[in-house]
Design a protein around this ligand. Sequence first.
Ligand SMILES: NS(=O)(=O)N=C1NCCCN1
Ligand SMILES: [Zn+2]
Length: 263
Amino acid sequence: TACSSKYVLSQMHPMWQGPLAVPGGDRQSPIDIVVRKSIFDSKLKPLVTKYDPHTCQQIWNNGYSFLVEYDDTTDKSTLQGGPLEDKFRLCQFHFHWGETNAWGSEHTVDKKLFPAELHLVHWNSDKYSLFEEAVMEDNGLAVIGVFLKVGKRHEGLQKLVDALPAIRHKDSVVEFNRFDPGCLLPTNTDDYWTYHGSLTTPPLTESVTWIIMKQHIEVSHDQLAVFRSLLFTSAEEDMQKSMVNNFRVQQPLRGRAVRSSFS
Ligand SMILES: NS(=O)(=O)N=C1NCCCN1
Ligand SMILES: [Zn+2]
């Protein structure tokens, strides 16, 4: 499918997040959300997600994170509403996490770090016909960010966690044919922050409308520990590197406004 094109992430490793800032980029991500500086916008609508669990295709380790990919050749799993004018198609979701529970998220709220962050990646199927096209356009993508906290076990996540040992190494893939990403959203999806930014992994293009959920989800310590059992490296490499700290350094706000859907 469009979004399953293999991004060349091989140049990516924890060190890449430094020098790879886009020169002249004035809407890069991630950022710190300064709550008291966010602007309530009463025109912001509730999110409308319609996810079909049967469009789930595979789960794989791309050497940067693990991602669950969806068939995005039709409008079966979509996102609309919120700050968005158009309909967006779900392409994949993935996570970012730390080596300990003390850090791992890409965005922060008043500098508060979370142990992990979920990204649900969608592209504008009203205006474009392929993910690869949309990724280059400033209204091309919409990514929902959900913070993870350590607490009770997340039953819906467990199906993902159980598949991870089969994709320990970079470029390993396993078939995954039914997963409802809606189960990973918090109960309240009406309260969010939104701002215009970029992808946080290559191609780092400034094409993302970010929608960051105010409410986090809870996963257990043991579930997060399985994320950390993944490897950045492929089976052939002799030096195995555990997949942790796969988050980008925060980027300057450059005068951007962060709006909130709640007061
Ligand atoms: N972390 S992120 O901003 O979602 N970055 C992405 N890069 C490649 C395509 C999907 N997403
Ligand atoms: Zn991400």
